[in-house]
Ligand binder design. Structure first.
Ligand SMILES: NC(=O)c1ccc[n+]([C@@H]2O[C@H](COP(=O)([O-])OP(=O)(O)OC[C@H]3O[C@@H](n4cnc5c(N)ncnc54)[C@H](OP(=O)(O)O)[C@@H]3O)[C@@H](O)[C@H]2O)c1
Length: 313
């Protein structure tokens, strides 16, 4: 099969190459030796990749820390199940699915991927594969940060950083739907887009003063660093600071701090798909490219706003 591999994670996209790799061993998958218990093979139709993956050790080592380069990156997928092993209840061959794959295994920038069935949810027939791949990581990250970890409630004020970005645009929409007052942030050019994604007001981080927001009940941080630290200080007593950028240097003096890494969740993917179908959740897709052009599309120098999705077929 055709696949993108990472040979040198430190080289950024220059360390990624399109190559030929053996496809999944479907005979072994269906065998009784238990090696692939719980796995399915997905024929990938659309794949997503987050640039920061190249900085995460899981991109080049397995769970025991052993080097697994050349490894296949990309962990967001939408496609069709082509093989099942044991323990894959809930899925069937020919089923359309979407989800997030295990960080420490070969990923989705390939024509086929082996995935644990529990990491996949059915993708309704009226949701395009491109959309499905684009909402897996972004939707789950927003959902888990706001609801599972942050326990957002109606009436709270939420500062959503990067509200026109891939994750932030989902967080802004979900928070608003949940009855929160949403203050989106970003660059000046993101103002209208952030409002369109559900923000009630917008802070231009290049020219406005973040502290003018005053106190908020909840921060959803996708930046970390200085902006993350300043935001943590805005959280009111008893409020919540959620970040997806690693352990924060500053925490609210009197509140809940959550730093988490997204995981796949079939029930939550179902909630996200339902909202997409009903027009209540809109994904921010920046560009769509094919596998031959994937490495160039991921080059940060060519970055466009929103999610980059790779179509395999
Ligand atoms: N922990 C987890 O489980 C998890 C899961 C998903 C994502 N993440 C992380 O979340 C972060 C965001 O991901 P994403 O996919 O949403 O990225 P993204 O699509 O690039 O969104 C970030 C948004 O914020 C804007 N922005 C960046 N720096 C800014 C600044 N200094 N001032 C104002 N606006 C700024 C970006 O604008 P420009 O495009 O103009 O820079 C973009 O609109 C990444 O670091 C990613 O690794 C973590």
């Amino acid at each position: 099969m055709k696949a993108i591999v990472v040979t040198d994670p430190a080289a950024g996209t220059a360390g990624m190459t399109l190559t030929e790799r053996p496809g999944p061993d479907t005979a072994r998958l269906a065998g009784l030796d238990g090696a692939n218990y719980g796995d399915v093979v997905v024929e990938v139709h659309a794949s997503g990749f987050t640039g920061d993956e190249l900085e995460w050790p899981s991109t080049w080592v397995d769970r025991l820390g052993r080097d697994r380069t050349p490894s296949i990156p990309g962990h967001e997928v939408a496609g069709v199940v082509t093989s099942l092993s044991y323990g894959t209840a809930g899925l069937s061959i020919g089923q359309r699915v979407f989800g997030l794959t295990d960080w420490t295994r070969d990923g989705t920038l390939a024509e086929y991927v082996v995935v644990e069935a529990r990491n996949l949810a059915p993708l309704p027939g009226d949701i395009d594969f491109t959309v499905g791949a684009s909402v897996a990581m972004t939707g789950l990250t927003a959902w888990q940060g706001l609801f599972e970890h942050g326990h957002l409630s109606a009436g709270q004020s939420v500062l959503v950083h990067g509200a026109a970005g891939a994750v932030g645009s989902m967080a802004a929409q979900l928070a608003r739907e949940a009855g929160a007052y949403v203050i989106g942030t970003g660059r000046a050019a993101h103002h209208q887009s952030a409002l369109d994604f559900g923000a009630h007001e917008f802070v231009d981080l290049d020219s406005d003063t973040l502290e003018d927001v005053g106190g908020v009940d909840f921060v959803f941080d996708v930046f970390g660093g200085d902006i993350g630290a300043r935001s943590a200080r805005l959280v009111r007593g008893g409020g919540t600071f959620v970040t997806v950028t690693g352990p924060p240097e500053v925490r609210p003096a009197n509140g809940l701090t959550v730093d988490f890494v997204v995981v796949s969740d079939r029930a939550q993917l179902g909630e996200i798909a339902r909202r997409v179908r009903e027009g209540r959740l809109r994904t921010h897709i920046g560009q769509v490219a094919n596998l031959d052009d994937a490495v160039a599309a991921f080059n940060p120098a060519r970055k466009v706003g929103g999610k980059t999705v790779i179509r395999m077929r």
